[in-house]
Design a protein around this ligand. Structure first.
Ligand code: ISL
Length: 583
């Protein structure tokens, strides 16, 4: 059995600083606002607080474009405020982790300004610079390769002054660091890591952790053409999981992380092969504690554009969950359980039902689901009250995210502003857009949901649902989503061998309405039965012997005794989740 460690059993909670709580009435969340809610998090059962980027930044990509790792974005507060937050978490027995965004910096970072200043600057090779190519037919200058950036358009930006292109996998204001430079790596370890670890930070969520190794700059080549007639092509096979990736992470671990008691959770896109994932998360590999797999949040995304909504089936979701629950079994690796973050639509809308009659029930069913999974559990702010997506009638003007807006502009260009096509884009964004997760946290039913003061203008429109869905209301209701999450978190910790560390097994991967799985630890077993539909369903309890129903989102008191025999059929109400323990 895998050894027990704090970061395996801890419940993590992600805070998106812009939208969590405004402490000074300027309409933007901030660090003092977070400090004012630390007791709320403790009361929920949170052990690990993850704060998304709060570093100095021009905010082209909501702080994932960092201009100084050692300073705080001034509207959020100061380094002293961060120290106070770290201390406030520690005083309550909680840990705090930060985002480590070191695939790229902002183009306003001092390192990039120097690098850009001339071809002979000592930091020139801290970023990825390449000479242009020229189109053999027209003679026109073209980028060194055909790579497409995540936020639309080419992944190379021309720098007129020095006569070369620089690489940016994300926005042109986010130039990629060149990890081939040892001096650059050392600067990253010092500035982005040791600076904060020495202040007591307990680890990092590591942004795009598998894209650092792109090979020598001169060896970067064109991606295969998959979209005929278009210059920019998806290139992740060429830059994800590159040749020196594991060497770099081992070095980072050896020189920095292992000297502190830390955890790391890496973001691991484009890596469907479990054997490859184990190379990052196996304990013996000495690289990362765990990673976020993308399969679950990719469900329903189109093949050519991530925002092209595609119908999905429950069997697909079940297969994905089973795969990433089981891949660590019998290994020394570890995994995560999550279904939301700041880059995704809200889980109730995407995976369950946000219709008024089922919203709260299905949010609780998802809570039961998540709290029963093996791995470190991550909750995204607002998930604990069942926040839902942006209403589909919000116009594009309400959307703020660079990626979503880039997609909108691209389709506008391709279709010559066709109103029907653009209406479809807005509809897609209201399901899959990153902005769905970024609307302000709904604290109460007063103007602006208690996120900021009444006279202030929130930086982003508050979701219309706030009078119905908010923390204050749910704190008073005995059967609220929030109360259910608290109960589930407590239950998960009380049954940690089964629920956090247990082996996962499932029997009904084919059915499209229900999901039944078993967690086991030695002789102990839990059966979880979930109904993902609007109608009653019958399922068979696997195994034999007696099962005691411990939790259902339809009954409010824990341990309401109801016994069912293994092999018998039980009925699930619409969107009901049941958890049985066998003994
Ligand atoms: O959301 C995505 C996949 O579903 C990607 O578009 C996303 O950009 C990618 O997963 C990387 O995300 C991370 O790095 C980005 C930043 O914009 C995201 O917010 C961050 O989570 C660049 O730093």
């Amino acid at each position: 059995m895998t050894p027990k460690i704090w970061w395996k059993e801890g419940v993590a909670y992600q805070i998106y600083p812009a939208s969590f709580k405004d402490g000074n009435g300027d309409g933007l969340g901030d660090i003092p606002g977070i400090i004012s809610k630390v007791d709320y998090l403790k009361d929920l059962g949170v052990d690990i607080v993850w704060v998304s980027p709060m570093f100095e930044s021009p905010q082209i990509d909501m702080g994932y474009d960092i201009s100084n790792y050692e300073a705080v974005h001034a509207p959020y507060g100061t380094v002293e405020d961060m120290q106070e937050l770290i201390n406030a978490c520690h005083a309550r027995g909680m840990r705090l982790i930060l985002d480590l965004v070191v695939n790229h910096t902002s183009d306003q970072h001092a390192w990039f300004r120097e690098s850009r200043s001339s071809k002979t600057n000592p930091k020139r090779d801290w970023y990825i610079w390449r000479a242009p190519r020229y189109d053999p037919l027209t003679g026109a200058r073209i980028p060194p390769t055909n790579w497409r950036s995540y936020f639309s358009g080419p992944a190379w930006e021309w720098d007129e002054a020095s006569g070369e292109y620089f690489l940016h996998l994300f926005a042109k204001e986010q130039p990629d660091l060149n990890w081939e430079s040892a001096a650059c790596r050392q600067a990253i370890y010092d500035s982005a890591m040791r600076f904060w670890l020495d202040k007591g930070v307990d680890g990092f969520r590591v942004d795009t952790v598998n894209m650092y190794s792109k090979g020598p700059v001169a060896a970067i080549t064109d991606a295969p053409v998959v979209n005929a007639g278009v210059f920019e092509q998806p290139a992740w096979d060429l830059y994800a999981n590159g040749p020196r990736m594991h060497e770099f992470l081992r070095e980072m671990n050896d020189e920095v992380l292992r000297k502190y008691d830390t955890m790391t959770v890496g973001e691991l896109p484009h890596t469907p092969d479990p054997a490859k994932v184990l190379q990052y998360v196996g304990a013996a590999q000495k690289q990362l504690s765990m990673v976020f797999q993308f399969d679950i949040v990719n469900v329903g995304q189109g093949a050519s554009y991530r925002y092209e909504y595609a119908d999905w089936r429950l069997s697909e979701l079940k297969g994905i969950v089973a795969k990433w629950q089981q891949f660590i079994q019998g290994t020394d690796g570890w995994t995560t359980a999550f279904c939301e973050n700041h880059d995704q639509g809200r889980s109730v809308t995407r995976f369950a039902s946000d219709r008024p009659e089922y919203r709260a029930l299905s949010a609780k069913m998802l809570a039961l689901f998540m709290c029963s999974l093996t791995g470190t559990l991550f909750i995204y702010q607002g998930q604990e009250i069942g926040m839902v997506n942006i209403p589909s009638d919000w116009p594009i003007e309400e959307y703020k995210d660079i990626e979503g807006l880039g997609y909108y502009r691209e389709i506008a260009k391709q279709t010559n502003n066709d109103p029907q096509a653009l209406a479809q884009v807005v509809k897609n964004l209201s399901i899959l857009g990153r902005d769905n997760a970024r609307t302000p946290m709904q604290w109460d039913g007063t103007l602006h949901a208690g996120f900021t003061e009444a006279e202030a203008v929130p930086w982003m429109r508050v979701n219309d649902s706030y009078t119905d869905i908010n923390v204050a209301k749910q704190l008073t209701e005995p059967d609220s989503v929030l109360k259910f999450w608290k109960d589930m978190i407590r239950f998960r910790k009380a049954h940690s061998d089964l629920l956090i560390y247990g082996a996962f097994d499932t029997f009904d991967l084919q059915t499209e309405e229900t999901f039944v799985f078993v967690k086991s630890h030695g002789e102990e077993k839990a059966v979880v039965a979930l109904n993902f539909s609007d109608s009653k369903q019958e399922v068979e309890l696997p195994g034999s012997g007696e099962f005691l129903l411990q939790i259902s989102n339809y009954v409010h008191s824990e341990n309401e005794a109801k016994v069912a025999a293994g092999g018998s059929r039980v009925t699930l109400q619409p969107w009901e989740g049941q958890l049985y323990i066998h003994h």
